[in-house]
Design a protein around this ligand. Structure first.
Ligand SMILES: Nc1ncnc2c1ncn2[C@@H]1O[C@H](COP(=O)(O)OP(=O)(O)OP(=O)(O)O)[C@@H](O)[C@H]1O
Ligand SMILES: Nc1nc2c(ncn2[C@@H]2O[C@H](COP(=O)(O)O)[C@@H](O)[C@H]2O)c(=O)[nH]1
Length: 205
């Protein structure tokens, strides 16, 4: 019997490139994906809701989750912790649903160690100048934090080669359509492999 597990998709890339925007648009269209809501110790931004955008935690609560091995991955990013709840991801994949993570690069590399079969997508900005414009125009960070995020972005872009796919977020609809094509083709790939495997088993019997 072939196990029908879901596929883990990881969308990553520098702050401000548009990961959240692309993910929200994708989810408006692709209802079969399950989004894993992250934990964070950063303060909520206006309009963000606990349990929808993030699970907001204190530093102590987050460190306890680390200690209890409750996180699939976590990273300290510009003075705050961010992490992915392990149980949700493992149970949802085991139930046969695809899971979608939207996380920064250190975390994505940790996931790759434990889930090498995951599909890793790097969202790339049209230019560094445009990346800066996007973070600044979002208006959620002070100028110090914008600089820290841009410094981090340079390091993150250097890790791009570790990903399976690179998608340029020039126009949101283009980027979303490329991510949708990646999802479809990964399903076709796995169906093909499963068929070959089934045939191999039948031939052996
Ligand atoms: N293709 C695009 N063209 C122009 N602006 C965009 C595009 N994609 C996203 N933006 C804008 O850029 C800003 C940053 O986008 P978003 O918050 O989605 O980035 P992010 O990668 O999720 O950031 P972070 O990692 O900091 O959470 C937002 O103001 C968003 O509206
Ligand atoms: N390693 C992880 N990174 C995460 C997770 N959830 C979000 N993120 C990333 O953190 C930065 C900053 O996010 P912001 O909401 O403060 O702008 C960004 O790159 C997110 O994608 C996670 O669970 N693990």
């Amino acid at each position: 019997m072939i196990e029908e597990k879901g596929i883990l998709f990881i969308l990553s890339g520098p702050s401000g490139v548009g990961k959240g925007t692309v993910r929200k648009e994708l989810f408006d269209q692709a209802t079969e994906l399950k989004y894993s809501i992250s934990m964070t110790t950063r303060n909520s931004r206006p309009g963000e809701t606990d349990g929808v955008d993030y699970f907001f935690k204190s530093k102590e609560e987050f460190e306890e989750l680390i200690h209890q091995n409750e996180l699939l991955e976590y990273a300290k990013y510009v003075n705050n912790y961010y992490g992915t709840p392990r149980t949700y991801v493992e149970q949802t994949l085991a139930a046969g649903y695809d899971v979608f993570l939207e996380i920064e690069v250190q975390g994505a590399l940790q996931v790759k160690e434990n889930f090498p079969e995951g599909v890793f997508i790097f969202l790339f900005p049209p230019s560094l100048e445009e990346l800066k414009n996007r973070i600044v125009s979002r208006g959620t960070e002070s100028s110090d934090l914008v600089l820290n995020r841009l410094k981090e972005a340079r390091k993150e872009i250097e890790m791009m080669d570790a990903y399976d796919y690179v998608v340029v977020n020039d126009k949101v609809e283009h980027a979303v359509s490329k991510v949708q094509s990646i999802i479809q083709s990964e399903h076709l790939k796995r169906e093909r492999v499963a068929k070959q495997y089934k045939k191999l088993l039948e031939d052996e019997l």
